[in-house]
Design a protein around this ligand. Sequence first.
Ligand code: ATP
Ligand code: LTN
Length: 342
Amino acid sequence: MKPTHRPTLFSGAQPTGQLTLGNYLGAMRTWVRMQESHDCLFCVVDLHALTVRQDPRQLQENIFELTALYLACGIDPAKSTIFLQSHVSAHAELAWLLATFTQMGELERMTQFKDKAQQHKHNINAGLFTYPILMAADILLYRTQQVPVGEDQKQHLELARDIAIRFNGLYGPLFQVPEPLISTDGVARVKDLQNPTKKMSKSAEADLAKVMLLDTPEMVLKKFKKAVTDTLGVIRYDEGAQPGVSNLLNIWCAATGHSRAEALEQFSHHQYGRLKVETAEAVNALLEPIRNRFHALNADREGLRAVLEEGAERARHRANAVLGQILDALGLPTMRQRFSGL
Ligand code: ATP
Ligand code: LTN
């Protein structure tokens, strides 16, 4: 099932709420395509979600929903390994080891930490600060070659690369140095519909700011109709002067498969209203099959559990083999029954 000569690919999303159109266009859609050519692992990073206070029941629900969404988007358990981060304890163990190869100054520079610390002033916990180390562990544990993510994760990827290079310099080439895979067609950072200088985020408070994969067609239309644009009254691609219009053009292109030049040809003589409605229609056509598949998948909790358990089994086997080699290199004697036969 897993031809090992294929390059290894790893990615994940946090179970912090339903997925947005940004998550899908910036990350998930690439994941689905890569399954044909890569040895893929897709993780629900539940330990990362704990860096922000979560209600336990809601978190559990979000974990199943996110798993169902992975499947509804087209991630296929027969082709890829789908699992929960907390089911493979090697992630947390390697994160500890890698923390001793990460400098405070490196973590202090992370913009996601600065943003989240601003948003959660009363809970700036150490996990929020060391979040990128756990992410490096996720990636390095599988000797991942490619990591498809949105633009916002680029800095974390660079840190994972630096940690791998540093470790390899000291102990030999034990880690693969991963490459980011970030789309170049304008959807690596889909913008918030109400504040188009910010990225669309699933934890944004304003409902109108984000299009969710499970929004009804009417909700999608309403959100695009109310999207913030500008008062210039012309449809041009100019991210600096017209971020709202440029975001709509990018979304329309990504949803229809047309180029930016084709988009301008189609819309440049029209008013904003037309661009908004046509973008909503294109997004609805894209999301319809996902919505249709989601509900049955999400209702089958036993089926979801089985997918996650099988995925964890496969991931654990691979992760423990690498962790054993790392412990060995560091001079920590490993227990034979834990790592033998791998
Ligand atoms: P949160 O709001 O809880 O921080 P998030 O919306 O950033 O969540 P994640 O689970 O952290 O979502 O990210 C999952 C994937 O989606 C990552 O690869 C991330 O880079 C990508 N992504 C998130 N937001 C966008 C966006 N607006 N445009 C493109 N890609 C995005
Ligand atoms: N930090 C990522 C989620 C994430 C991830 C990973 C992505 C955790 N571990 C490993 C790629 C590879 C985010 O999107 N916020």
